[in-house]
Write a protein that binds this ligand. Structure first.
Ligand SMILES: CC(C)(COP(=O)(O)OP(=O)(O)OC[C@H]1O[C@@H](n2cnc3c(N)ncnc32)[C@H](O)[C@@H]1OP(=O)(O)O)[C@@H](O)C(=O)NCCC(=O)NCCS
Length: 213
């Protein structure tokens, strides 16, 4: 599947907010996304998208009959897939002084475990390097082993525990960070090359300047 990493745009908000709702409690409001895209001077929002498969032509659908149409829907192809949209995941990075802060990251629940979360994190990592950050930092729920595994793969380590950080259930957060020193950059270059070998990926985010609004 060919994939594109690119800056998030206003028309993406509907799909992004739909994914957010399935991932986070509470989700961000649509206005928050609009602010990050249009107003914030420190924010670099990213989406991972794929080409949408064309819907089945009406004539062909009639020819195949309702049974084949149902088959397409059950397999998740054709129109059923189109309804899910083309955005597979998204993320956000704030660059404030020497620190780049991962504000959010999520993969659509139907697409997890395929390396797409890693592509998003790698895209933000590359963006932090381009912006000359010294560290990348983030918070993660102590119960979120999957996300922690992803961050550890990219060299993040736990550097503190924030008590009752999450308002919905008072769960603690791990404060995680990675220093962007020479060795981390070297390891990142290897991981990024490996991602490009595994995926048909066009990166129009990490090395591009933020579009003017
Ligand atoms: C965290 C999240 C973005 C990972 O995305 P993903 O597309 O499923 O992850 P990937 O397939 O790219 O996997 C990347 C790494 O994550 C870890 N990982 C992924 N699935 C895992 C699982 N089921 N169990 C343990 N670790 C897992 C591994 O370290 C994996 O690297 P590997 O493939 O070399 O083992 C995704 O699970 C998600 O959207 N979760 C809900 C939102 C969320 O929790 N965001 C993080 C907020 S801090």
């Amino acid at each position: 599947m060919s994939l594109t990493l690119r800056y998030m745009q206003l028309p993406d908000i509907q799909q992004v907010a739909a994914i957010d709702k399935t991932c986070f409690q509470p989700p961000w409001s649509r206005d928050s996304y609009a602010f990050e895209i249009k107003e914030s001077r420190v924010s670099h929002m990213v989406v991972l998208d794929r080409p949408v498969e064309p819907p089945i032509a009406p004539a062909r659908a009639r020819q195949n009959g309702w049974l084949s149409n149902l088959g397409e829907k059950l397999r998740g192809n054709g129109r059923a897939l189109n309804r899910r949209g083309n955005i597979i995941g998204y993320g956000g990075l704030w660059k404030i002084e020497g620190e780049a802060h991962v504000s959010t990251i999520a993969t659509h629940p139907d697409f997890r475990g395929n390396g797409y979360g890693e592509i998003l994190l790698a895209g933000m990592f590359g963006k932090a390097l381009r912006l000359n950050a010294e560290f990348i930092v983030l918070e993660v729920r102590v119960s979120n082993a999957v996300a922690q595994g992803l961050y550890q793969k990219y060299g993040f380590s736990r550097c503190g525990r924030k008590r009752n950080y999450y308002r919905n259930n008072n769960e603690d957060a791990w404060d995680m960070r990675v220093k962007l020193d020479r060795e981390t950059r070297r390891q990142f270059a290897g991981l990024y090359d490996d991602l490009l070998d595994r995926h048909e990926l066009r990166d129009a985010y990490s090395w591009k300047a933020r579009p003017r609004r």
